[in-house]
Design a protein around this ligand. Structure first.
Ligand SMILES: Cc1ncc(COP(=O)(O)O)c(C=O)c1O
Length: 369
């Protein structure tokens, strides 16, 4: 059967309750960071079983603040997976530190933990493992390596709210865990981000940095440091709070839809993603690899003709112009799995507004590729 209406790659689910919650804040006139931001932080702590949550303006700001709060900058090296959204590396550049790229495991699209140790030097300060597409990386091994070499870990869990390894939530393993609430994530605030940390001092520092270096002392503003304005507005937090109430359902729904893809995609040239047995996948993205002899742009064009919105999933960062030129890298040679994921990977629609029937139809189109 033909798909007769265009299915976008992603589409946020905004229900009446979300609209009412946002409207209430708009009507109150209290628009900047306030009670709803506090409530969002509380629900993040409850959901993730974390100690401190700090909500900010987006998932790039979270990573930037993380590096600033940990004092990472010029002369420091930070290990970053070669396949991620560019934001993961851009923040390292923006604090003047140096990115050291590591290839990924092609089965999970996550950092290849066996390749990390060889890259550690006396300048290495931190690792930013990414939990790509909603699947936890092997964060337990990353933590062991970090502990052995006394490195800081900032988990980029932008896409992975609800993902776990052995029952422990992503974002709660490292010094800091970072989430995005962009509309392509499981829940959204429009733009938004949240940091988690078990370290109270770090949490205090992050709260100052997000708000002009201000510390409140006896109800008065004390300007104790330099800072930024990375606050989240209260109406954005109201939207995320409302969505947070159905996060478990959203993840369960995506897991059911993913199951349909696994059962229905029978094209032998297509490689489906793997989920290690100690982890759950939250399916922020369903990312497949097309055959080596297929052209990614042509496949995307064919899917579009079939009314399916698909796209490549993330960047092979060392293959992008800035990083390739600055670091003089040959991505295809040095990071073959990241390069393959970038050039042969495609993300296909998976979100709670889609029915199993539509997913079957998308799978049929993929079978015809
Ligand atoms: C892995 C990763 N890190 C960071 C970000 C940046 O998040 P934001 O778009 O909220 O700034 C994204 C966004 O998609 C991402 O996928």
């Amino acid at each position: 059967m033909e798909i007769n209406k265009f299915i976008p790659l992603a589409s946020p689910d905004i229900n009446q309750q979300d609209i009412d919650c946002v409207t209430e804040v708009l009507r109150s006139g209290m628009l900047v960071q306030g009670a709803n931001v506090l409530a969002l932080e509380k629900s993040f702590n409850e959901f993730n079983k974390s100690k401190n949550a700090i909500a900010v303006s987006n998932g790039t700001a979270t990573l930037h603040l993380a590096l600033l709060a940990l004092g990472i900058g010029k002369g420091d090296e930070v290990i970053v997976p070669a396949f991620s959204y560019v934001a993961t590396a851009n923040v390292v550049e923006m604090v003047g530190a140096t990115c050291v790229f590591v290839d990924i495991d092609i089965n999970t699209f996550n950092i290849d933990v066996t390749k990390i140790e060889a890259l550690i030097t006396t300048k290495t300060k931190a690792i930013i493992p990414v939990h790509e597409f909603g699947l936890a990386c092997d964060i337990e091994t990353v933590m062991q390596i970090a502990s052995k070499h006394k490195l800081l870990v900032i988990e980029d869990a932008a896409c992975a709210l609800g993902a776990m390894q052995n029952g422990k939530h992503t974002g709660t393993f490292g010094e800091l865990g970072s989430f995005s609430l962009h509309p392509r994530k499981s829940i959204t605030s429009g733009e938004g981000g949240v940091l988690l940390t078990a370290n109270d001092e770090l949490a205090k520092k992050l709260r100052q940095l997000r708000n002009h270096g201000i510390e409140m002392v006896d109800g008065k503003m004390n300007f104790v440091g330099a800072g930024l304005n990375y606050r989240m507005t209260d109406f954005q937090a109201a939207l995320a709070n409302s969505q947070m109430q159905r996060l478990d359902q959203v993840i369960a729904c995506k897991q059911e839809l993913a199951e349909v893809y696994f059962n229905e995609i029978k094209n032998e040239a297509v490689v489906l993603p793997s989920v290690p047995s100690d982890r759950n996948h939250t399916w922020q993205t369903f990312h497949i690899l097309i055959g080596d002899n297929k052209n990614q742009s042509e496949v995307l064009a064919v899917l579009k003709e079939n009314n399916i919105g698909a796209n490549y999933g993330a960047q092979c960062i060392p293959a992008t112009e800035y990083y390739k030129t600055k670091y003089q890298l040959d991505a295809a040679e040095q990071f073959p799995h990241a390069y393959r994921a970038y050039t042969k990977g495609i993300a296909i629609p998976i979100y709670e507004k889609l029915t199993k029937e539509i997913i079957k139809q998308i799978a049929n189109s993929i079978n015809r590729l």
